[in-house]
Design a protein around this ligand. Structure first.
Ligand SMILES: [Mn+2]
Length: 356
């Protein structure tokens, strides 16, 4: 068990008046006790109470090292494993992980009728939101891998690869550079860039295309996420102008980050640059999202999030402009909030690149 992390979760539980909690999100279990797999359809859950008693319920098929402070309950497929959990929980309110399946929760409520389930994820999510030194170092290494991958793949623009083929090449390059797994990537050429969540297809790159590389992968469980927009052979005046606007918005967002500032004001600082330039209606999504053991996790860096930034938060800063039917651009870094500002994890240049 990662003692300091468990203590943070318990502190959050106490503040919320929650005496017991079921945690099932595989990333949260990895965070707390280093169990690094997803059990698929099978039950894998931790019970934690505010006194620090921890029980893990796990199918015996999955390897499980004993851990200090963790009572491990192994079950077979034919065992009454919900009965095992019912024997541990106490009547009254209980926090339930947002990802725990109804097929587990509903039978537990039948077996332990005195339980009063509440959404309980915040106790763990709020702890995960503030990365510790070990996590920040892993996030740095993951983003360094992403920088190296970006440098390699951009050189191959114009080799004849379609969007899908280039996306696969990015994933393979990530694995070569140390990623845990090959992950579907987002590569867009030309008009495909005008859709923020474009599906990679058979298009090949043409002179004058904007090209978006939105690339990401987990390394030692910690994700990176970076976007660069480059141009193939040439860029017209409007593309050049808008690229500088998007880049300036990214820099303004990053410059606004420091402890005590609200996330909505960081979104606002970046958005203002694009709005003042007359392209506000084409910036159609929030500025960023948290990143860590999951690629998208709290916090939400959007115009409606009043949450205040704290040291240790990691999130993306990714303004974009998308002109329907024409092209689009996005510049994205991951940052970690420091005591007096932020550390930008991505070092790959944001200067305009025209690939010959
Ligand atoms: Mn992102």
């Amino acid at each position: 068990m990662k003692t300091s992390r468990v203590e943070s979760v318990i502190k959050n539980m106490q503040q919320a008046g929650m005496s017991q909690l079921i945690i099932s999100d595989p990333d949260s279990l990895y965070y707390l006790c280093g169990i690094g797999y997803d059990p698929g359809e099978r039950l894998l859950a931790m019970y934690l109470d505010a006194d620090g008693n921890a029980h893990l319920f796990n199918n015996h098929m999955f390897p499980q090292e004993p851990q200090d402070g963790l009572n491990i309950h192994l079950y077979d497929d034919v065992d009454d494993y919900m009965g095992m959990i019912a024997g541990v929980v106490k009547p009254g309110p209980i926090g339930i992980d947002k990802f725990w399946r109804a097929k587990f929760l509903l039978p537990l409520l039948e077996k332990a009728p005195g339980l009063e389930p509440r959404l309980g994820s915040a106790a763990v999510d709020d702890a995960r939101n503030l990365k510790d030194a070990e996590e920040i170092e892993l996030l740095r290494q993951s983003s360094a891998m992403n920088d190296a991958t970006m440098a390699e793949v951009i050189k191959h623009l114009g080799d004849g690869m379609s969007e899908s083929e280039m996306a696969r090449f990015v994933a393979e390059t990530h694995v070569k550079n140390g990623a845990d797994a090959a992950v579907d990537q987002l590569v867009c050429y030309g008009v495909g860039c005008s859709e923020p969540h474009h599906e990679c297809g058979k298009a090949t790159v043409k002179p004058g295309d904007s090209v978006i590389f939105d690339i990401f992968a987990p390394r030692k469980h910690y994700w990176c996420d970076m976007t660069r927009t480059v141009f193939y052979k040439n860029a017209d005046d409007e593309q050049k102008k808008v690229y500088e606007i998007v880049k300036a918005a990214n820099l303004a967002g990053e410059a606004a980050i420091r402890p005590g500032v609200r996330l909505c004001d960081i979104d606002g600082a970046a958005r203002k640059v694009i709005e003042d330039a007359g392209y506000g209606k084409y910036f159609t999504h929030r500025l960023g999202h948290g990143c860590g053991l999951a690629i998208h996790e709290p916090p939400d860096c959007s115009s409606v999030c009043q949450q205040v930034v704290q040291p240790g938060m990691c999130f993306s800063v990714e303004p974009g402009v998308y002109i329907p039917g024409k092209w689009g651009m996005r510049v994205e870094d991951l940052i970690v909030v420091t005591e007096d500002g932020c550390e930008v994890l991505n070092k790959f240049t944001k200067d305009m690149i025209i690939v010959d």
